[in-house]
Design a protein around this ligand. Structure first.
Ligand SMILES: C[S@@+](CC[C@H](N)C(=O)[O-])C[C@H]1O[C@@H](n2cnc3c(N)ncnc32)[C@H](O)[C@@H]1O
Length: 213
């Protein structure tokens, strides 16, 4: 799965994305944002913002920046931002694996259904850590494979298919976190089918404190 293909697949899906993924995943998307307990002025980055389904859920006293590689998805997000008059939100076309932001630019970095939808999750997670301040939060809403052999076998079969539409199913949370400065602070099973996880991590880079939020 290369970046150009990801761009093409998502841009082709952009017009129908909300109908396919909007409703099924919205309950967990909504609880992820509502449970953020943001503080006024908080700087939030949404990586792989897609059509911006979560954007209207952020309170207007935070500053939200959304990025995505797909021009088609971003166009939908832009229209949503205009429709809802969300003046606290900025959107940019950018590769999450090579972001144009300086180090420590954000307090919270959110990736909803993204880590398993990118060609190189390591690059993306490394960049999320870089642009998040020490002690900040990195939140991933995702399906992670769980080591169950039967499920793993099914996932291996499904995986190539999912790859085609932009997902992989064989990635575990341990693999994603391995060798990073991230410490899991909260992990919840969420719908659909309680098969997905909401994982909140503290960014402990540079030896930062655990309870800094
Ligand atoms: C499954 S969608 C999730 C969209 C949104 N977060 C949501 O909750 O509906 C994955 C998104 O990640 C984007 N994406 C994939 N690879 C990317 C990359 N390297 N940089 C930025 N965005 C990327 C895709 O274009 C797509 O919009």
């Amino acid at each position: 799965m290369d970046l150009k293909k990801v761009e093409r697949v998502y841009s082709n899906y952009a017009g129908v994305y909300d109908h396919i993924f909007g409703r099924i995943f919205h309950e967990s998307r909504e609880s992820a944002v509502r449970n953020l307990k943001v503080v006024p002025g908080e700087r939030i980055l949404e990586v792989g913002v897609g059509t911006g389904l979560a954007l209207p859920l952020y309170p207007s006293h935070v500053r939200v920046v959304g990025i995505d590689i797909s021009g088609g998805m971003l166009k939908e997000a832009q229209e949503r931002v205009a429709r809802h008059g969300l003046t606290h939100i900025e959107l940019y076309r950018m590769d999450a694996g090579q972001m144009e932001f300086s180090d420590d630019s954000f307090d919270t970095v959110m990736a909803a259904y993204v880590v398993t939808a990118v060609p190189d999750y390591r690059k993306v997670v490394t960049e999320m850590i870089r642009v998040c301040r020490p002690g900040g939060r990195i939140i991933m809403l995702n399906h992670f494979s769980n080591g169950n052999k039967l499920i793993a076998a099914v996932e291996k079969v499904i995986s190539p298919l999912c790859k085609h539409i932009g997902f992989r199913t064989d990635l575990s949370l341990d693999t994603v976190l391995d060798g990073t400065s991230l410490l899991v602070a909260r992990k919840e099973k969420v719908n659909p089918f309680r098969f997905w996880h909401l994982v909140e991590c503290v960014n402990r880079k540079n030896g930062s404190a655990v309870h800094a939020h």
